[in-house]
Ligand binder design. Structure first.
Ligand SMILES: [Zn+2]
Ligand SMILES: [Zn+2]
Length: 122
């Protein structure tokens, strides 16, 4: 990459940032959204496709964290570990690694119809 290109890219970045600053100053929701964003996890351009990919990633992270917290809560309530068997016969670990929108943790074992992790009595 030549210095000319670097300067040109920097100028475009500066222009885009200046535009964002101006838009954010006029739009409270945009300003709040930008303030919340941690861009260290974002790669490439923040175009619609890039933002959608980042959104999908963030939602997946949230579903995984919720799944872990909920599975640990259920295991704790049942007095067992996450590796204990669910009523479906599969280990708690064999259940999906993310929670559903309605708070369920279905079994991930092939052919198992279990819709929600429920630890069998210890
Ligand atoms: Zn199950
Ligand atoms: Zn199962």
């Amino acid at each position: 990459m030549s210095n000319t290109t670097d300067a040109h890219d920097l100028n475009r970045q500066a222009l885009a940032l200046a535009e964002l600053v101006e838009l954010a100053a006029r739009d409270e929701r945009l300003s709040a959204a930008l303030a919340t964003l941690d861009v260290t996890g974002l790669e490439g351009h923040m175009d619609p496709a890039g933002l959608r990919a980042a959104l999908a990633e963030a939602v997946l992270d949230e579903q995984r964290e919720s799944r872990t917290a909920e599975a640990e809560r259920r295991a704790g309530a049942a007095g067992v570990t996450l590796a204990h068997r669910c009523r479906c016969g599969c280990s708690g670990i064999n259940h999906d690694d993310r929670i559903t929108d309605d708070g369920r943790i279905p079994c991930a074992a092939v052919g198992c119809a279990c819709m929600d992790l429920e630890f069998a009595p210890a």
